[in-house]
Design a protein around this ligand. Structure first.
Ligand code: 5GP
Ligand code: ZN
Length: 116
């Protein structure tokens, strides 16, 4: 199911352009419009799942597909060996601004901890 008023559903449907890096049957990878590191790719399910809070037994397989696609992209982008970070912001305190679950794959520089 897609959501008519969701930005990332519109990217999946091709209604809004995106710099697509890779995809699998149920997941899509595209470059973040406002990158926070030399490599900053967003990995989303091709199904409207609003956030981590909406994961369930029925849709959890999308998270595995996102993880495998993120692995493939990390190899293609040549950040696998040096390492990278996966981030999934959730809700207001998590800093989520787009309500379609997305995994940030960020790499190409050294990260600090803890995050802000
Ligand atoms: P969040 O803050 O929800 O974890 O991450 C949302 C991300 O989506 C942000 O990093 C933001 O730069 C990115 N973003 C917002 N609008 C667009 C867009 O229209 N296209 C792309 N490619 N990225 C977007
Ligand atoms: Zn959506």
């Amino acid at each position: 199911m897609m959501s008519d008023d969701c930005l990332f559903c519109k990217i999946i449907k091709g209604e809004i352009p995106a710099n697509i890096v890779d995809q699998s049957k149920n997941a899509l990878a595209f470059r973040d419009i406002n990158p926070k590191s030399p490599v900053h790719v967003l990995i989303i399910p091709k199904e409207h799942i609003a956030s981590c809070r909406d994961l369930s037994k029925e849709n959890i397989h999308y998270l595995s597909e996102m993880a495998f696609l993120a692995q493939d992209v990390s190899l293609k982008e040549k950040i696998a060996q040096d390492g990278y970070r996966w981030v999934i912001n959730t809700g207001i305190n998590g800093g989520q601004t787009v309500d379609h679950i997305h995994l940030h794959l960020i790499g190409g520089r050294n990260m600090t901890w803890p995050p802000g």
